[in-house]
Design a binder for this molecule. Structure first.
Ligand SMILES: [Zn+2]
Ligand SMILES: [Zn+2]
Length: 230
């Protein structure tokens, strides 16, 4: 689904309605996250539907190293040869050398996410590992978007802003499934950093919030973000 000119929202129910975003600024494709499935079919089909080929994919970035976002990465790397980017803190997780940091064992609202907390902590579902080629630390330009370091959900969590499109890609700092909220509380590793990151995100003028889980917020993005801080 094209949610703004050149911004395509891709999703799958597995991975708790996880979303990835394909950006077309006319100079090649940029991919943010890779959904759950290891065959990357949903993303590859979208590239074909746009009349492009997998080698038009010029760069892939991961918001962070959680399983639901990493599934298609290795296959996309193999087919496209595109360089892979993440924050340095997440790189060894994505490369399969370290498991994702444990989150709380305590069930927290929304209860529907509890099996994800357990799955994460026991490392039950492994993604096909993939080496990171380049690190981002926040403040860079990456394809058409600005890179924002937004720790809290994880230490190396990244978000992105495309000013011309007024779209903020929040990663898991914000979700809309099962409801609009400032991430899943059971998955916030550092609440102080998380709140700081939300304040940082709320500074940007955005109509659309392209979130990690659930459908994008399609209007009044900045106001909706600010409402989470009240
Ligand atoms: Zn996550
Ligand atoms: Zn996630």
């Amino acid at each position: 689904m094209e949610i703004a000119p050149g911004v395509y929202s891709l999703s799958q129910s597995k991975g708790f309605d996880v979303h990835a975003f394909l950006l077309d600024d006319g100079t090649g494709l940029t991919l943010i996250d890779t959904l759950f499935d290891a065959d990357a079919k949903i993303i590859l089909n979208q590239i074909s539907a746009m009349g492009q080929t997998v080698t038009d994919l010029k760069r892939i970035v991961l918001t962070h190293g959680h399983r639901s976002h990493l599934g298609g990465l290795a296959e996309l790397k193999r087919q496209s040869g595109a360089p892979i980017y993440s924050h340095e803190w997440e790189a060894d997780i994505i490369a399969g050398e370290r498991k994702a940091q444990c989150v709380s064992w305590r069930p927290q609202d929304p209860l529907k996410t509890y099996h994800f907390q357990v799955g994460n902590n026991l490392n039950l579902s492994k993604h096909p590992p993939c080496e990171i080629d380049h690190y981002l630390r926040g403040g860079e330009q990456f394809g058409p978007v600005q890179v924002l370091h937004t720790p809290g959900h994880s230490p190396g969590h990244l978000a992105f802003y495309w000013p011309e499109r007024r779209v903020l890609f929040t990663g898991d700092a914000v979700v809309t499934s099962p409801k609009f909220m400032a991430g899943w509380p059971g998955f916030v590793l550092n609440a102080r950093q998380h709140e700081e990151s939300l304040r940082q995100l709320a500074e940007f003028e955005a109509d659309i919030l392209a979130v990690g889980h659930g459908e994008p917020v399609m209007a009044d993005g900045t106001q909706r973000l600010r409402s989470l801080l009240e």
